[in-house]
Design a protein around this ligand. Sequence first.
Ligand code: 13P
Length: 249
Amino acid sequence: MQQYIIGNWKMNGTKTEAQKLASGFLKRIQETNRPLPHIILCPSYPYLASVVEILKGSPIEVGAQDCHPEKSGAFTGDVSASQLVDVGCKYVIVGHSERRRHHHESSTMVRKKVEGAIAAGLRPILCIGESSEDREGGKALHVVSSQLDSDLPKDFAPHELLVAYEPLWAIGTGHTPTPDQIEEVLGLMKHELSIKHASGGVIPTLYGGSVDTKNADLFLNLPHVDGLLVGGVSLKLDEFWEVINASTR
Ligand code: 13P
């Protein structure tokens, strides 16, 4: 499977910086003749349309960082999945731990967002992962497994979704799981996804949390890692390009 390298820009930058980054990646892919992974950039809402415009016709795709589960209505400050499709998004990150923590998003809410995104024609990137207490208490696999159960709708096709394992303790900390720990969790995810949700077809499983130019290569060589979800480093042109070039398939 062609790997996925996704840049989550979070709440960073200005319009000019977003445009400069998008143009920079565009130039790099135009100059390379190396086979590329799927590349997806996820800027903040206000910059989506102009990043889409810059990348129009290129293989780089654009995703949002969240969406509301409803199609439309009196939800001040929210953005629906169909509005994201309307401005040219193809993907949306759903259930990121920063949303769950700062906006008290429950699993039920996350599942509704996944359903709403799929119904609108967006491909959700569902984020799941355990806390450091869960990891230390030996509960990582249990937590990930129950999040898969509670956050995913019963019916969806494998090509409609991606799942990213982002342990909370690895996000923005410089700490990462060992390759064995990543393989253990992603192996479990793949197994559960194959028996519970997808009849044939493979749902891509990604890793995210403190990915950088030094560890990308190691992670991307792991058999169960179908891609990376990158935060801080995705805001740096040269470093993120290095991560993209570390893709192995
Ligand atoms: P960092 O790569 O900055 O640790 O962030 C990971 C993340 O949250 C991506 O969604």
